[in-house]
Design a protein around this ligand. Structure first.
Ligand SMILES: [Fe+2]
Length: 409
């Protein structure tokens, strides 16, 4: 078996697709991994602007021929089914957790519905209409359900943003982070709901910023930055007008304050910054620095944890510690070097110890060659390997590391 990259013009029915090129929000297929047998699917792929595609030639890993359809090749993976019926319902009982790969698929659906709803809300706000934040409560519930089933799936999905959906998916990610953090901090149900809502609404004031400034693919001028700095007060005012709870308004108003008083707009410090806003500050920065942006390489999740931990005076220290416990020292997608000198991607940060995640080993750093992918639970007593250090993904030029946790393979 080998994998070959071909331009989309050469794609034909009967080919076994390993992965679709382009950003995965760009195309309507959840998994790239399937046998192309429907003319409709071929047509959809050709029309959605993907530049190229990786196809499997020869034999499949299980020894069968590439023409054999894998069990997940059915049309159920198509997003069109989601957009046609966007109503989401809880798919598991409260307290029940699910494997990552399963939850990633649900999380992607939640993200898409959430993105559209937030986008609609921003459009309303741009037209000067009052925003009733409570209409998003069912969405907060859906995000909370996903976080409950698997704490990291939705966070990992929402990290993969494109420039045009950045603001909306950032709101979804901050909501999910706020909910995970609330759980770690033991907040009651009402405060948790307000925290989630605050996360979802924290940047609503950006609806008042001209789109060319908001979506500018580069550094802002100082005049543009001054304009951008007005979004907290603007958002809080919009939320007040729409009757949102004061705690939700406070997240919008104060999520750019710093614990040492050096933030904006109020230059508040310490406990004078409302609790949910102090939480919002950590969640907001973490998602911003780990997100894929066109003008800067994102920090890996683990690198963000390390760097943020060293920032003096920025965050409430005890909230940050809870945040690390909630998200993990080695969050999903981190590239690590094991003591055996093999490289691996974290696919599950683990439930008990922050230092022993579940990883997917795929490369020998000593021999500089690919290894057959292998999943290793570093927390198991019989596992004699462990993390030696974090690796910088940019230094290695691997193909998309996100494939390892997204596909569950
Ligand atoms: Fe903000």
């Amino acid at each position: 078996m080998s994998i070959k990259r071909i331009p989309i013009s050469e794609l034909r029915l009967g080919m076994y697709i390993h992965r679709l090129g382009g950003n995965w929000f760009q195309h309507p297929f959840w998994k790239g991994n399937f046998l192309l047998r429907s003319p409709r699917d071929l047509d959809t792929i050709r029309r959605c602007g993907i530049p190229d595609v990786w196809v499997v030639t020869g034999k499949t890993p299980d020894g069968g021929h590439a023409a054999a359809a894998p069990p997940f090749a059915e049309a159920g993976w198509m997003l069109s089914a989601v957009t046609e019926s966007p109503a989401l319902s809880p798919l598991s009982e409260p307290g029940e957790t699910t494997p990552l790969a399963e939850e990633v698929e649900r999380a992607r659906r939640v993200c898409l519905v959430a993105r559209d709803q937030i986008m609609g809300m921003f459009d309303e706000a741009r037209m000067g209409r009052a925003i009733d934040a409570s209409t998003t409560l069912p969405l907060v519930r859906q995000i909370a359900d996903s976080v409950e089933r698997h704490p990291q799936a939705l966070l990992s999905v929402a990290r993969l943003k494109t420039q045009d959906n950045y603001t909306y998916l950032h709101s979804v990610a901050v909501c999910a982070l706020m909910l995970a953090l609330s759980k770690e901090m033991g907040l009651d149900a009402e405060s948790t709901q307000l925290a989630g809502l605050g996360g979802l609404m924290h940047d609503l004031g950006k609806a008042g910023i001209p789109l060319d400034v908001l979506n500018k693919p580069g550094k802002l001028s100082s005049a543009e930055f001054d304009l951008m700095k007005r979004h907290p007060a603007r958002g809080a005012a919009m939320l007040q007008e729409g009757g949102a709870a004061p705690a939700v308004q406070a997240v919008a108003m104060h999520h750019h304050e710093r614990i040492d008083g050096g933030g904006y707009p109020g230059r508040l410090g310490g406990d004078s910054i409302p609790l949910l806003a102090r939480m919002g500050a950590v969640c907001d920065v973490y998602d911003a620095v780990t997100s894929i942006r066109p003008y800067k390489a994102p920090w890996s999740p683990a690198e963000a944890m390390r760097r943020m931990a060293r920032w003096e005076g920025h965050f409430d220290r005890s909230i940050f510690e809870s945040f690390v416990k909630a998200v993990g020292i080695y969050p999903i997608g981190s590239l690590v070097r094991l003591r055996s000198q093999r490289l691996a991607v974290v696919i599950d940060p683990g439930r008990d110890s922050l230092l022993t995640p579940v990883v997917r080993v795929f490369y020998s750093a000593t021999d500089k060659r690919d290894l057959p992918p292998e999943t290793l639970d570093l927390s198991l007593p019989q596992c004699d390997d462990g993390i030696q250090d974090l690796e910088d993904p940019d230094a290695w030029h691997f193909p998309d590391l996100n494939d390892y946790w997204m596909s569950g393979q």
